[in-house]
Design a protein around this ligand. Structure first.
Ligand code: F0G
Length: 454
């Protein structure tokens, strides 16, 4: 098996601001002329004559699902015709992607929509959506001959990068904010053998140091400014459309942190439309935590003209980001798809997370902003009751069990300014009950629960 390489569709790099098309990216993955971000584009796709026959491509992708080949089994490499070319000998895969699409009946009732589903990217090998981009970017680092790869992270990127680096026999350097990431994520990076540096700063401070580092040391930057990450992450949207028989939902809702994921999903939607794989665009909406809302303010207060960095604060530590790198890319996909931007409070996030859990799914706090945001978009009328909605759940519930336990014990907001607001979440709390070890006590607990259950 070989990775399809069609010279007509060979990818090229382009600066999103000045349009320069460099032959290769420097170590910062920024435009040498103006300093803005680079992206891949496929000149052959817009040349007029169709490059791919949509039905044949869909059939090929479906057929690969039954293959015994590792790259065919990957939910990223399976769609390689829509990605830049990386030779097979450099591909590092953990069979990422292939994530389930679930119906959320209780959440649908809570949000006031009839047709609500979640694509659970937390069901990836390292339990977050980062794996889909990381398989591709780590492979490109391998192709580039790097000994070291590095990232700044709120936790999930570092866990994913460390795993793929280990599989590709590369060393990995992780910069994370000290005390501000969950143990689940930190423990993964340690286990996968990363050099893990907890810096006394926030995520944005880690990014600044990493950007300086890559100018001095031969390490490959694997944050989502690396355009290979975006390409790999596109496949979540391609796979979603395949799961929906190529009938796009009316709305797709994603959390927004550094804004790589929204940029990738939006890019995939636009490209799939261009290639006639789908016949219309889903509206892509981006939700931020109120305490980490620079993109929300960029759109709502500044009309998309500027992004004002802020000091971010939210219990959803994955999206505790005040200066998102990919805001211009995200703005472009918001405009291209006609999506919205929303912000949600800490209590709204906690409630939404418990509601998703009550549907038997579970996710990490940052993922739950999608449901909280959907409720707001319903109230504002942007989402209509009869429209179909897909939430992108980005991380697994076990990434941050501390949050979940504190919520159910009623400790999450204890002593905080939003303690009173948190009272609205009481009905969702299921603290463990401590009983004497006798049958009568357990039966009494069971009968009590039966009386109050609906
Ligand atoms: N959800 C989860 C679980 C995340 O880990 C992240 C980002 C996001 C949402 C936001 O995605 O940055 O593409 O807008 N986590 C990063 C990290 C930044 O370092 O793991 P985004």
């Amino acid at each position: 098996m070989s990775i399809a390489q069609n010279t007509e569709t060979a990818a090229k790099l382009r600066c999103i601001a000045c349009g320069a098309t460099p032959d290769s990216a420097g170590q910062s993955f920024r435009c040498a002329a103006c300093g803005d971000l680079l992206e891949f584009f496929f000149p052959g796709w817009s040349a007029g004559s169709p490059v791919f026959e949509p039905a044949a491509l869909k059939a090929l992708w479906l057929k690969r699902r039954t293959s015994r080949d590792a790259l065919d089994q990957s939910g990223v490499w399976r769609f390689r015709e829509l990605l830049p070319h990386i030779p097979e000998e450099h591909a590092i895969t953990l069979r990422e992607g292939n994530t389930p699409l679930y119906r959320l009946p209780r959440c649908a009732r809570a949000a006031g929509v009839e047709n609500l589903q979640a694509k659970h990217q937390g069901m990836n090998p390292t339990a977050s959506f980062k794996d889909t981009g990381m398989t591709f970017a780590a492979s490109s680092a391998h192709q580039g001959g790097f000994r070291w790869v590095a990232c700044a992270s709120t936790g999930n990127t570092s866990a994913s990068m460390a795993a793929y680096a280990a599989r590709g026999k590369m060393h990995s350097l992780v910069l994370i904010p000290e005390g501000k990431i969950s143990w689940g994520k930190l423990s993964q990076a340690l286990d996968y053998g990363a050099l893990t540096c907890q810096l006394r700063t926030d995520f944005d401070g880690c990014v600044r140091i990493l950007n300086d580092l890559v100018r001095q040391k031969p390490v490959c930057l694997l944050n989502s400014v690396n355009p290979y990450r975006i390409e790999g992450q596109k496949t979540a949207a391609i796979e979603l459309m395949e799961q929906l028989a190529w009938e796009p939902p009316d709305h797709i809702i994603v959390p927004g942190g550094n804004l790589g994921n929204s940029s990738a999903i939006g890019k995939a939607l636009v490209e799939m439309l261009e290639l006639k794989l789908i016949s219309r665009l889903s509206k892509l909406s981006i939700i931020q935590a109120q305490g980490a809302n620079p993109f929300y303010r960029c759109v709502r207060e500044f009309g998309g003209k500027k992004l004002e960095p802020m000091t971010a604060d939210t219990l959803a530590t994955a999206i505790r980001i005040g200066n998102p790198a990919s805001w211009k890319k995200a703005l472009r996909v918001l405009q291209a798809t006609g999506g919205e931007v929303e912000q949600v409070t800490e209590v709204e996030i906690a409630v939404a997370k418990a509601e998703i859990g009550a549907d038997g799914i579970g996710c990490e706090p940052a993922s739950a902003v999608t449901l909280a945001g959907l409720k707001k978009l319903r109230r504002s009328g942007f989402v209509k009751p009869g429209e179909s909605v897909v939430l992108i759940l980005t991380g697994h519930a076990l990434k941050d069990p501390d949050f979940t336990i504190k919520f159910h014990r009623g400790d999450l907001f204890a002593g905080a300014s939003n303690e009173a607001e948190a009272a609205q979440a009481k009905y969702l709390q299921r603290a463990p009950v401590v009983l004497d070890a006798n049958l009568g006590a357990v039966i009494a607990a069971l009968d009590g629960a039966e009386r109050t259950s609906k």
